[in-house]
Write a protein that binds this ligand. Structure first.
Ligand code: DGL
Length: 273
């Protein structure tokens, strides 16, 4: 049976108003949501903060995959049209499995090693990420590809995500941790610091204060938003309605901590998932 032009147009219209699903181990992926919302202001979104299970960084690959599947299934149940894995740890450990199991487009995030490696003048770059990201096969592949002739100082940000999830981003404990983690990088004369975790952009004021002024800090947030736009374009999934979108946020952790890093206009709700 052939669909009429009207039916085809109606179908795409319904499809396109479906939300973009975004998940992270916690509140860090909101740094990615903000980039997506700035670039695609008419898109409806649903954000899942799996804060109850954060941090993912110290979990086994199997557990990271299991939790990523759980988040994906919920977003699919909530009728999402594409899924943004707004977590480096989940991307580097689970995106291959997600793509093989579900028929929906996935966009992932990885540490921005390439631009740092291509632009460094001092031939030394630093990467701050979780243990799960730094030990992943995907991370090693990318690093091997771009690190020729460059010193790459990898540092596990042990404890950072936990403090951010507890609302202690600008605490003395955080300052102490960062001083310890940045010291070997500064000693190696890095000129680029790659933030390999979506929680870390929230550390920017502290990083700027603790690093020498010539060190540039980069993350992949903007690139993920651009890639999300490109995927919507190639799959003809843009929201055709140019009206105020619905941006929903769900957390299975502390609602107030999630609220504190978002604009008041966004609604945050507790959800047991
Ligand atoms: N935001 C996650 C990431 O980008 C944090 C991982 C964690 O929960 O340890 O890696």
């Amino acid at each position: 049976m052939k669909a009429t032009l009207y039916e085809v147009a109606f179908y795409f219209c319904i499809m396109s108003t479906q939300p973009i699903g975004i998940f992270d181990s916690g509140i860090g992926g909101t740094s990615i949501f903000k980039e997506i919302h700035a670039l695609l202001p008419y898109e409806n979104t649903i954000y899942l903060a799996d804060s109850h299970n954060a941090p993912y960084g110290n979990l086994s690959k199997e557990d990271i995959i299991r939790l990523s599947i759980k988040n994906t299934e919920l977003l699919i149940k909530k009728n999402c049209k594409i899924i943004v894995v707004a977590c480096n740890t989940a991307t580097t450990n689970a995106i291959k499995t997600l793509r093989s199991q579900y028929n929906i487009p996935f966009i992932g995030i990885e540490p921005a090693i390439k631009p740092a490696a291509l632009q460094t003048q001092t031939k030394a770059i630093g990467i701050l990420a979780t243990k799960g990201t730094l030990s992943s096969e995907l991370f090693h592949k990318t690093t091997d590809l771009y690190s020729n002739g460059i010193t790459v100082i990898e540092q596990v940000g042990e404890g950072i995500v936990k403090l951010i999830e507890e609302g202690k981003t600008f605490s003395d404990a955080m300052r102490t941790l960062l001083k310890i983690y940045l010291k070997p990088m500064v000693q190696a004369n890095i000129d680029y610091l790659v933030l390999g975790c979506t929680h870390y952009p929230y550390l920017m004021p502290l990083l700027l204060e603790l690093l020498p002024p010539h060190v540039k800090i980069i993350d992949s947030g903007e690139a993920v938003a651009r890639q999300t736009k490109a995927i919507l374009e190639s799959h003809q999934l843009f929201n055709a309605k140019k009206s105020k979108p619905t941006n929903q946020f769900f957390t299975n952790g502390n609602v107030d901590v999630l609220k504190s890093i978002l604009n008041e206009k966004f609604k945050v709700a507790y959800l047991d998932f």
